[in-house]
Write a new protein. Structure first.
Length: 94
């Protein structure tokens, strides 16, 4: 996983305000019921599940991903786009 310079600067600023937090890269459900969609996203989180999550440093930032997503996210690129922080994941779906 890589984090672009622009995204890294924004994420560092956010983490400075939230000293206990880390960056969570993972599945984000949106909508509900028949309209439920799951996409990859980036959030700031403080909850770490020893059984399901794995911690790592990516470009000197604390990142947590679900263990079952780690391999899929190895080629992911976290960047700053028109819609904010986004993930491009060429290895997902393999």
């Amino acid at each position: 996983m890589q984090i672009t310079l622009e995204a890294r600067e924004i994420l560092k600023e956010i983490l400075e305000e939230n000293e206990e937090g880390f960056i969570r890269v993972g599945r984000l459900p949106t909508g509900a019921g028949c309209s439920l969609k799951i996409k990859l996203g980036v959030t700031i989180d403080e909850f770490f599940d020893e059984e399901d999550d794995i911690r790592m440093d990516v470009d000197e930032l604390p990142v947590v991903v679900e263990k079952n997503l780690k391999e899929s996210l190895e080629e992911a690129i976290v960047s700053l786009g028109e819609e904010g922080i986004t993930i491009h994941c060429p290895g997902c779906g393999k």
